[in-house]
Design a protein around this ligand. Structure first.
Ligand SMILES: NC(=O)c1ccc[n+]([C@@H]2O[C@H](COP(=O)([O-])OP(=O)(O)OC[C@H]3O[C@@H](n4cnc5c(N)ncnc54)[C@H](O)[C@@H]3O)[C@@H](O)[C@H]2O)c1
Ligand SMILES: [Zn+2]
Length: 337
């Protein structure tokens, strides 16, 4: 079992790690009652697996519908009502078992129910394993926008089993790959080189991607400075998601377009090279994260620079100089067009 230490908890990674859940829990939770929050897809595939990995616990399950729609105030309240009806107490444990939607929602439930409870993450999508389960950000969406309500609430443990990835839909797999390519580009040239030559990742790649995020999160736990580098491709990516109503493009696809747009801007500013742009484009096309004709960044400028303050003081924008090396520049609207 590979262990990555975070300040207040550990991340464990191993193929088949789920079978050691009970053993891994002994260090972080001494009670018997656990409450698994999961979604219907993950439950259908793996509920038996996780239940049989907890032979000595009293296990209750709350199942939500899959998808971003479940990161809502309504579902948040339904989950809490269900947990209370199942008898959850403040010193019990919540297990977030699923992708980023389950992680964000269950983590937010854990952050707020009884003013904060212990929880552990068992991420089952590639995106959740390399990104959303790391860093302690939890939350839900409002009709006014994504992730508007949330908290920083660190789990007691993150247990990553790459075996779960075998059942992921190819589009969901690619979604996670996009964040890994980003991690390589901003902080680990070797990871990027690896992802250029193979389309399925292994445990070592997952570990490398986690280390990129870990380093930035530790330098900036509350997301003011260094974490900004994780936003490479996300400035335009968020604008693309928003403009298309979060339906047409998956997050990984939107940020893939966003990474290419950021590289184009980098070329214009003399920061990035055309050769890097061409290489990244070929990779993203090959992994079906972008299709030609590519989106035109000029169509997203209005969604991008939305507040007046950014119009006048500029936008902190992440550029990549070469694989593994990113920097932040304050840009004006004309730099982006
Ligand atoms: N907290 C953070 O720091 C952070 C960072 C990035 C993204 N996020 C959030 O993560 C969410 C997206 O997460 P996601 O991409 O994991 O989506 P998701 O949770 O919706 O999962 C995608 C789909 O895969 C299914 N699934 C999950 N595991 C599976 C498995 N092993 N086999 C087969 N199917 C499986 C799910 O049921 C769902 O249908 C967004 O809400 C985003 O805001 C949070
Ligand atoms: Zn992202």
């Amino acid at each position: 079992m590979t262990k990555i230490d975070m300040p207040s908890y550990n991340i464990f990674i191993k193929e088949g790690a789920i079978r050691q859940l009970s053993q891994q829990l002994t260090d972080v939770y001494h009670g018997r009652h656990v409450f698994i929050i999961t979604d219907r897809h993950v439950s259908n595939l793996y509920l038996q697996t996780i239940e049989s990995a907890l032979p000595d616990h009293v296990v209750q399950v709350v199942e939500i519908e899959p998808g971003e729609v479940s990161k809502s105030l309504d579902v948040y309240q339904q989950v809490i009502s269900k947990l209370l009806s199942q008898g959850i107490k403040r010193d019990h444990l919540i297990i977030a078992f699923g992708g980023g939607v389950v992680g964000d929602l269950a983590g937010y439930v854990a952050a707020t129910l009884y003013r904060g409870m212990a929880y552990v993450h068992i991420p089952t999508t590639l995106l959740a394993q390399v990104d959303s389960s790391i860093g302690g950000k939890v939350g839900i969406d409002l009709p006014e926008g994504k992730n508007l309500i949330g908290a920083f609430h660190q789990p007691g443990m993150v247990l990553i089993d790459p075996a779960f990835l075998k059942t992921l839909e190819p589009r969901e797999y690619a979604n996670g790959l996009a964040e890994m390519i980003k991690a390589g580009l901003i902080g680990d040239a070797r990871l990027y080189q690896d992802l250029l030559i193979k389309s399925t990742v292994d445990q070592e790649d997952i570990i490398r991607a986690i280390h990129v995020k870990r380093k930035l999160v530790l330098a900036d736990p509350y997301d003011h400075h260094e974490r900004l580098l994780l936003n490479f491709g996300h400035t335009f990516g968020h604008a693309i998601e928003q403009q298309h109503g979060y339906r047409t493009y998956k997050h990984g696809e939107a940020i893939s377009h966003g990474m290419l747009m950021a590289l184009e801007i980098g070329i214009r500013l003399g920061v990035s090279s055309q050769a890097l742009y061409d290489e990244v484009k070929t990779l993203l096309v090959d992994r079906q994260l972008v299709q030609e004709p590519l989106l035109d960044r000029r169509n997203y400028l209005d969604a991008l620079v939305h507040d007046k303050k950014q119009m006048t003081t500029g936008l902190r924008f992440v550029l990549v100089e070469q694989p593994g090396k990113a920097l932040v520049k304050v840009l004006q609207k004309e730099d982006l067009s």
